[in-house]
Design a protein around this ligand. Sequence first.
Ligand SMILES: Cc1cc2nc3c(=O)[nH]c(=O)nc-3n(C[C@H](O)[C@H](O)[C@H](O)COP(=O)(O)O)c2cc1C
Length: 205
Amino acid sequence: MSDEIEIVHGADPLTPLEHRRSTTPLLLGGPGPDDATLRRLLTIALRVPDHGKLEPWRLIVLRGDARHEVARRLTDVYTREHPDDDAEQRERQIAKTVDMLTAAPVVVVVVSRVDPLARKPEWEQVLSAGAVCMNLLTALTLAGFDGVWLTGWSSYSEGGRQALGLESGEKVAGIIPIGTASEQQKDRPRPDFDRKVSFWQATAP
Ligand SMILES: Cc1cc2nc3c(=O)[nH]c(=O)nc-3n(C[C@H](O)[C@H](O)[C@H](O)COP(=O)(O)O)c2cc1C
C-alpha cells in the first residue's frame, strides 16, 4: 500500500463518505496521487457494475503539461465558437475552463462510449460510465484526496469533444480534477432522508 494513502476521519470506514464534499477547482492544488496511487484509484474507478461486460467507457489522464495543452486547445475552441461573447463573458468562461484543467495536479476525463447495437440498453451503458465517475470520487476521498465531478461547456461542444481527443460517438461523462483542497468548502444542504427514502410497508403477510 502506498505511504501516501492515509485513512481519513478515523477508523469508521463510512465516515469519510458521510463527509464527502466536492471541492471547486479554485481551492484544489497539490499534492495529488503519485503514479502508483493514481493507478490504484483508476483501477478501482473501472471496477464498476457493467451489464454485459461491454466496458462502455475509457479514461484520459491529464498531468503536467498535458493539462495546459488541453486548456490551450479548449481556449481556442471557446473563442472560435463564441464570437458574440463580450470580453468579460469570454474571460470568465475561459478562466473556469483553465482552472478546471490546471488547478489540480491530475485531471481524469471519464469518457462514455455507448454501443447502440450492443445487447444491453444504452441507458445502462451510460449509467455504468456514471458509476466510473462516482467510484473515482469515492476512491479518491477514501485515499485522502479532494476532487469534483465536472463537465462544462466543452463536454457538450463538438469542438470541445475533439479538443479532448474524443472519437465519434463518445461523450464526456465527467472531468474530474484530483488534488488537495487548500481549505474545505462549507457543506451544502443535503437531501432530506424522509422525503427521499420510503420503506415499502407490506400489506399482505
Ligand atoms: C454529470 C455531472 C456534471 C457536473 N458538472 C458540473 C460542472 O460542470 N460545474 C459544476 O460546478 N458542478 C458540476 N456538477 C456538480 C458537482 O459535481 C457537485 O455535485 C456539486 O458541486 C455539489 O457538491 P457535492 O459533491 O459536495 O454535493 C456536476 C455533477 C454531475 C453529476
